[in-house]
Design a protein around this ligand. Structure first.
Ligand code: FE2
Ligand code: FE2
Length: 153
């Protein structure tokens, strides 16, 4: 599939979930620079979807997209809240919130809990969907941080 077609296919698959009022709550929190958590998880979900199709990884699109969109569903401003260990603790918080607000599959739970691996050593990706999101999150976070440092975000 061509790059533009992949983008359209992603939005067709993800659109309904991206419009869920609970998911939209992530627009209230900043991730990096002026990128909201909502924009960040949208980037990670699109990147994960593209990787899945570009490299023929045969991950389940439905779980991949939902897990990617919920991977940072921690719902607080990490710049002003907590003990400075946001990196370690937020996957567990995101999982708790997501389990409360959505029915999750085992793969979706693993995507959320392991996305910071290897920082969270004991929460390791155990399915291809979780490996993809773990990598896509690092790619998107790096890209967003570089844009922020350059004053572009
Ligand atoms: Fe995260
Ligand atoms: Fe993230």
């Amino acid at each position: 599939m061509k790059k533009r077609d992949l983008r359209a296919a992603f939005y067709e698959a993800a659109d309904e979930f991206l419009k869920d009022h609970k998911v939209i709550q992530m627009k209230n929190f900043i991730q990096h620079g002026n990128v909201t958590t909502y924009d960040h998880v949208r980037h990670v979900a699109e990147c994960s979807y593209r990787m899945n199709h570009r490299f023929h990884l045969h991950a389940n699109d439905f779980e991949l997209i939902r897990g990617a969109i919920l991977h940072d569903y921690f719902l607080y401003d990490w710049h002003t809240f907590g003990d400075g260990l946001h990196g370690y603790h937020h996957p567990a918080r995101a999982l708790k919130n997501a389990e409360r607000d959505f029915g999750l599959s085992m793969r979706e739970k693993n995507i959320i809990s392991s996305h910071m691996w290897p920082l969270t050593l004991r929460s390791c990706p155990k399915c291809r969907e979780a490996w993809i999101v773990c990598l896509a999150d690092k790619i998107c976070s790096t890209y967003e941080t570089i844009r922020m440092r350059k004053g572009m975000a």
